[in-house]
Write a protein that binds this ligand. Structure first.
Ligand SMILES: NC(=O)c1ccc[n+]([C@@H]2O[C@H](COP(=O)([O-])OP(=O)(O)OC[C@H]3O[C@@H](n4cnc5c(N)ncnc54)[C@H](OP(=O)(O)O)[C@@H]3O)[C@@H](O)[C@H]2O)c1
Length: 322
């Protein structure tokens, strides 16, 4: 697969916001392929796991709560649960070492696990938890798994969000040490980081790959909103009083579609590093409406992507391409 510098311009994929993960995989045979999906036992990750497994892939599901993961996947053949806590870099290393020791190659790595709008939490050496779990843990995981990624074929798909609209990387204070903690800015920063990570990974990976694509899945009611009180969700217009999602929200199966499409679509060849939504490359954001989406300039800026890579390598002590 060749790579090129990517423009944020939709390709006309033939899919749209209503497409499900099964729709984008219709006719795709993944027999013999291995996928890893962090958080692949809840919300969008669970739907992506089920769809990839139905298409024939073997799916490894790293799980912070392996017992719950095994229960969620008990009816999905072709899946395997392995313990992993992204907040703990020793746990990330143990998971990656296990994959490497097995001699298996990984064709698809969807870095989907995430937390949103949590109360202030510190992990490891005092890192802010959204930045640590959503970004640094995945940065470490991908860098450790690089030797297992199938040369010339593997794809890495960080699940970002239009939540990135609210914040660039807080270069002077990524861990909220010098300014008051804000849970939405913390989430937003981590989602900008997911998008920038895809862009620079694709650049440094060169011809052997992997290719990387960031995705915004859409807006979907899942356990992700557990830290947002129900009244606030109603006031924000996300759901009605009966818990029904607002117009413009997707089902979990639709929310999983863009990640699965980015992981498999031949249309993306030559577009490495792109930020995608609704099963296509996203255009530039033309408003601040997160339901409409698109991508803000700071989330696809190559210089910022390189700077974030450097910062992340320094913090984790890892850089597979140095
Ligand atoms: N839902 C939306 O509207 C929406 C919109 C934009 C972007 N996204 C993104 O989509 C992704 C999936 O979200 P979702 O809606 O499917 O949420 P979800 O149902 O809450 O799933 C998130 C998964 O991440 C796992 N996770 C959290 N912390 C972890 C850690 N320290 N180590 C390992 N795994 C951890 C969770 O495990 P536990 O269950 O054990 O906690 C869970 O399996 C996230 O990255 C989110 O930012 C979602």
């Amino acid at each position: 697969m060749t790579k090129s510098t990517t423009a944020q311009r939709p390709l006309g994929s033939g899919h749209d916001a209503r497409s499900t993960a099964d729709d984008v995989l219709r006719g795709v045979d993944l027999t013999g392929r291995t996928a890893v999906i962090t958080g692949g036992y809840s919300g969008l990750g669970l739907e992506a796991t089920r769809a990839l497994a139905r298409a024939g892939a073997h799916v490894i599901v790293p799980a912070r709560r392996p017992r719950q993961a095994a229960a969620a996947l008990s009816d999905t053949p072709g899946t395997e649960v392995v313990a992993l806590d992204l907040a703990d870099l020793d746990s990330v290393r143990a998971f990656a070492d296990g994959v490497l020791a097995s001699g298996r190659t990984v064709d698809v790595l969807i870095t989907n696990a995430g937390i949103m709008a949590c109360p202030e939490t510190r992990v490891g050496p005092g890192w802010e938890a959204h930045f640590a779990v959503n970004h640094l843990g995945h940065f470490a995981l991908v860098n450790r798994l690089v030797p297992a990624l199938t040369p010339g074929r593997a794809r890495v798909v960080p699940v970002a969000s239009s939540g990135h609209f609210l914040s660039d990387i807080r270069w002077d204070d990524p861990h909220f040490r010098d300014s008051p903690y804000d849970p939405w800015l913390a989430y937003a920063q981590s989602k900008t980081a997911n998008a920038l990570f895809a862009r620079h990974l694709d650049t440094v990976a060169g011809d052997r790959g992997p290719r990387a694509f960031a995705v915004h899945p859409g807006s979907i009611l899942t356990p992700l909103q557990r830290h947002v009180p129900r009244e606030e969700q109603i006031a924000q217009g996300w759901m009605d009083r009966d818990g029904r999602p607002a117009d413009g929200f997707k089902s979990p199966a639709q929310g999983a579609a863009t990640a699965v499409w980015a992981a498999t679509s031949p249309l993306l060849e030559g577009h490495g590093g792109a930020y995608c939504q609704d099963c296509d490359i996203a255009g530039p954001a033309t408003s601040d409406d997160m339901l409409i989406g698109g991508v803000k300039p700071w989330a696809v800026d190559p210089a910022a992507a390189a700077r974030l890579w450097e910062l992340s390598a320094e913090l984790t002590g890892l850089d597979a391409f140095a």
